[in-house]
Design a protein around this ligand. Structure first.
Ligand SMILES: [Zn+2]
Length: 81
């Protein structure tokens, strides 16, 4: 099972259920897709994931944090001099 997030801040909303906070009848945007590869006795499935604006904001923050930590320079403990 794989979750692929495709955050698009300009995506237009629709009413639906949020996969993050499990509330229904909210303005949601599609933020990704949940895929499950097929195999013996299993059929491959692909489910779009919708999130409400609040949870989309959380995801954007998570994404921003991840990207920031990748470029953050390594700082050794202790004083350099
Ligand atoms: Zn939500």
């Amino acid at each position: 099972m794989t979750i692929r997030l495709q955050l698009d801040p300009t995506a237009t909303g629709a009413l639906g259920a949020c996969f993050m906070c499990a509330r229904n009848h909210l303005a949601v945007v599609t933020v990704g897709v949940l895929t499950h590869t097929g195999g013996p006795g299993h059929q491959a499935t692909e489910i779009p994931l919708d999130a409400c604006r609040a949870c989309e904001g959380q995801l954007l923050l998570l994404l921003a944090d991840t990207q920031r930590s990748l470029v953050r320079p390594y700082v050794a403990a202790g004083h350099p001099h």
